[in-house]
Design a protein around this ligand. Structure first.
Ligand SMILES: [Fe+2]
Length: 69
């Protein structure tokens, strides 16, 4: 589940980065600022998933799941 979630988050990050680049090229700075805020959230999602994967790697899945109750 986390692998798939991370893959989709990375697609979102790539899309928002492309949108930010385009908004900058057409001087739509309001949209660019909005997309940058959303991208920051998406980056946080990526970090959260990677942190959970790291924890699972250290403590094994069954023990990790006991921390999620
Ligand atoms: Fe996300």
């Amino acid at each position: 589940m986390l692998v798939n979630d991370l893959a989709h988050e990375m697609v979102a990050v790539k899309g928002y980065n492309a949108g930010i680049e385009l908004a900058g090229k057409v001087a739509d700075f309001a949209t660019r600022e909005l997309l940058e805020k959303i991208l920051k959230d998406e980056d946080g999602h990526v970090d959260g998933i990677e942190e959970m994967q790291d924890q699972i790697g250290h403590m094994t899945l069954p023990l990790f799941l006991t921390t999620q109750l």
